[in-house]
Design a protein around this ligand. Sequence first.
Ligand code: FDA
Length: 583
Amino acid sequence: ASVTVETDVLIVGSGPAGSAAALFLSTLGVPNVMITKYRWTANTPRAHITNQRAMEIFRDMRIEDQVLADATRHRLVGDTVFCTSIAGEEIGRIHTWGTSAAREADYRLASPCLTVDIPQTYLEPILVKNATMRGTQSRFSTEYLSHTQDADGVDVQVLDRLTGTQYTIRAKYLIGADGARSRVAADIGLPYEGAMDIAGSMNITFKADISAYCNHRPSVLYWVIQPGSNVGGIGAGLVRMVRPWNEWLIVWGYDINDEPPVVDEAAATQIVRNLLGMPDLDVEITGTSLWGNNEMYATHLQSGRVFCAGDAVHRHPPSNGLGSNTSIQDSYNLAWKLAAVLKGQASPSLLDTYSTERAPVAERIVKRANKSSREFVDLFVALGVTEAKTEEEMVRQIEERKANTPEGAAKRAALVKAMELKNYEFNAHGVELGQFYESSAVVSDGTPRPEPTRDPDLYYQASTVPGSHLPHAWVGDNKRKLAMMDLAPYTRFTLITGIAGEAWENAAEKVARALGIDLATVIIGPGREITDLYYDWSKLREIDESGALLVRPDKHIAWRAAVLPADPESALRDALTQILGQG
Ligand code: FDA
């Protein structure tokens, strides 16, 4: 007899998107099953740059300390080097991920967390462990085969790869977090723009202690310009730290129109020695793989009761380090909405806002990452190596930057500009943090989003215009230092006001009871639960002390009132009714 297992949400995939979705749903008390095709989580380091928004999410989930324990800390991530090889000539450095003195303030002002480096092989087990401890049923070696949906749920056919048996999982909702070759996305026919496999890359993982070349310029990325560096790949040759400073991953390109290269141990060792510039180095090759660079995003992310998240809907090179971060953020947007609908607190129409809010993010990051990868060309042009036919010619061109000649001077000037451009890959704070949502789950107060005062890709601009992320400030009291985000946990809606707005508290209690939702009021001011310790919040909130900000579980501002209205209860009820699609 065929077996049917029932659950509320079935998640396909245990990558960053899937394991995060499981963790969020379990944290919210939603029954869920997570299936994944293989025996265990990612078997190669893959994504590693973990940006401030992702770290904030881990802070919100109370697993930030676990992530930090396994991560390479901020101070070691960002002295990024461009060179002819690790032991060879240095062409230049750029402070990345907010580590320059000039940019660090922007990053610290924007978030309680800093960018760190944690490879997927370390991050996924943390997410899976915490999800499973909190309630997720994790099923490894279990493959998604197909699904059908009806008015009340989804029947998913799965294969237990250990026993070869197939069974059905009946879920109210299905999340396809099954990566760049998503079968779930194909089965619901999601529409895409762009193309897959536009360039070829190979990954080579290896062990070699090269501390002597890294201690004084610690970075997770060392970019190498050598013959072949501009063929395929992600912009240039890359030597990427996996663990400081003895475990590494090389990304090297190949022409996708040629036969795929054979990367055996001898070939891999040669590539490692070339990029390191250490012809006799003892190397332990631990793995090799070929992969295609993609420039593709879905323009719609869901169909009925089925949602796709992560690489299933945005496929792009690792440039800007957005893959895993965005995947986790997709699930953070989706999970609280599913929970609200499953608990009867919101109408199913709330779920439509997932695609409305996240599809523009998918497009933006796919375009940014590909643009960044292509912008390496400027560095090659500045060095004059794009036309170099031979290795000698390339070396001569790179040497020319040292000459006291007009050509040498022109090259030096061009290098300044080309290096400056790389800020769009490595310090694109606006892309990393500046996500803004427009949907029915955000109620506009008629004020437009402020015009950016600086480049919106490079600089994040805090605001409380509905749709923005809650700005960061440190608050608390004489015993605790808290971030603004800590006041608005994922498990509820939070109304933030000041002492002159204390009447909101009573209004919020009544609205919460009437709508059957979890909503708490936080009054910020001297002598209250939370004090604006540095008087920063008063300058950031953009509303009167008596006004209020309604913060969603995912920290985006759903609605705001500039001042306390005559009838705060009905103002708040109207806003929440619209956001939740009730009434
Ligand atoms: P992800 O691909 O991580 O996970 C998909 C999950 O679905 C897996 O658990 C898989 O087992 C499961 N699955 C797939 N089909 C299934 C089925 N039919 N049934 C059940 N389960 C199924 N990024 C970066 O920033 N820097 C980097 O260096 C790299 N390097 C890199 C190397 C390789 C080899 C890959 C594949 C990817 C990268 N990436 C990367 C990209 C990065 O890994 C990616 O952005 C995130 O992992 C996306 O997370 P997802 O959870 O969306 O998919």
